[in-house]
Design a protein around this ligand. Structure first.
Ligand code: PMP
Length: 423
């Protein structure tokens, strides 16, 4: 059978301008050589978590073997080495998102913790009964529930900007929902369920026109495109290391210095203090103020290695390569009779969410798994998005910089197999 990747050439012109040697890149990822049920793995669950390159794995290993100790505490050699590496990782993350200074980067457990931190410190200080917090209909649960909790605690109201049937925020509605009661806005940059790239610059501009500070959930943006928090002009930006080829259990919160330095602590404990007595504790300046206890030292350092890896390939080259691959996948899947795409926004990254007529997404996921193809089936922690489209779940193929057209062809063949089974 002539495979689609030979017959079609979608997106190759941009790839040619920025040569991107995907075969070579794949060699960097040991997991991509795995076989699943005797078949070569096709890993299309990158929006949930990505595989790790050797450079990240090696840095973790090297840290534990060669320069591991607790940070910020010891005067001894190893503690200083570890502290230097930890703080260097912070500077790498600062450069990665374009923050003005390293102190604007707080290491957290991931996107979820970053949002909870902002909701329970900045949010608690700012939001009162009668106020409003504005999100969108396409948020991940982690950008819904912390705001809902904040609203419950304060008597504020959560307002939700609607999306249309392509999966795009309706900007006129968004603008209308911003008013003098809005105290905070939070929005996803790239939707994990639909792949929609939101016009966040525009949305931030609208919010700022009403003096509303904005948090951007960048979890699905950072692995796929260059982010510049100063150009975006957002007030907070959060992301997770494990979705950008770094380790689990580490992520970062960017906060504008003037906001961060005025915020109360999140958790109390060691590291986050200047002085402690039973009468009074004085808190440290950020970022230490928000990093109570022993942090994920090795995680942060290995996240720095992931930043190096992405920057070595070039974020713009990655974006262009993936854009061609996404076009290819979208076209290939939408050409299959009986397949319905969920989320058809003009600007998308990484994600193709779809349904196969007559087959439950979980069955589709299970059958594809037997073919060695890892996709996700479910609500993708975005139940309101599923409600919008009137479905309980979708099948989601999510791409990363190491995926290929051959792998998309394997997915399309797998879909045909599902259809055979479900007749
Ligand atoms: N926001 C988005 C858009 C996501 O895709 C995810 C992870 N699926 C999260 C937030 C939560 O990230 P984490 O589980 O790493 O905290």
């Amino acid at each position: 059978m002539a495979m689609l990747h030979e017959a079609k050439n979608i997106g190759s012109s941009s790839a040619e301008k920025h040569p991107f040697d995907v075969d070579k890149i794949r060699q960097d990822f040991p997991a991509l050589g795995l076989r699943v049920y005797g078949k070569p793995l096709v890993y299309l669950d990158n929006a949930a978590s990505t595989q790790k390159p050797v450079s990240v794995l090696d840095e973790e290993d090297r840290c534990y073997r060669e320069y591991y100790s607790n940070v910020h505490r010891g005067v001894h050699y190893l503690s200083q080495k570890a502290t230097e590496a930890y703080e260097q990782a912070r500077r790498k993350v600062q450069g990665f998102v374009g923050a003005a200074r390293p102190e604007e980067i707080v290491f957290v457990r991931g996107t979820t913790e970053g949002i909870n931190l902002v909701a329970s410190t900045f949010g608690r200080g700012r939001v009162e009964a009668g106020d409003e917090v504005l999100i969108t209909e396409m948020e991940h649960h982690s950008n819904i529930v912390p705001w809902q909790m904040l609203c419950e605690q304060t008597g504020a109201t959560l307002r939700v900007a609607p999306i249309d049937d392509r999966g795009e925020v309706i900007l006129e509605e968004y603008e209308k929902l911003l008013n003098e009661r809005t105290r905070l806005a939070a929005m996803v940059y790239v939707s994990n369920a639909l792949g929609t790239i939101n016009p966040v610059e525009r949305m931030i501009e609208m919010a700022h026109a009403q003096d509303v500070p904005v948090l951007v959930d960048g979890a699905q943006a950072v692995p796929h495109m260059k982010v510049d928090v100063q150009a975006l002009d957002c007030d907070f930006f959060v992301f997770s290391g494990h979705k950008m080829f770094g380790p689990t259990g580490i992520g970062a919160l960017y906060g504008r210095w003037d906001l961060l330095s005025a915020m109360p602590p999140y958790q109390g404990g060691g590291e986050m203090i200047r002085s402690v007595s039973f009468a009074k504790t004085e808190y440290a300046e950020p970022p230490a103020r928000f990093e109570a206890g022993t942090p994920n030292i090795v995680g942060a350092i290995a996240l720095g290695a992931a930043v190096d890896y992405l920057q070595g390939l070039g974020l713009e080259a990655i974006r262009q390569y993936e854009s061609g691959l996404l076009d290819y996948a979208t076209e290939a899947l939408s050409a299959v009779p009986g397949v319905r795409l969920v989320g058809t926004a003009t600007h998308r990254a990484s994600v193709v969410s779809f349904l196969i007529e007559g087959a439950h997404p979980h069955d589709v996921g299970t059958i594809l798994d037997r073919e060695g193809i890892a996709v996700r089936a479910g609500h993708h922690c975005a139940q309101p998005v599923m409600d919008h489209f009137g479905v309980p779940a979708t099948v989601r193929a999510s791409l990363a910089l190491y995926n290929t057209r051959q792998e998309i062809d394997r997915l399309v063949t797998g879909v045909a197999k599902v259809q055979e089974i479900f007749g």
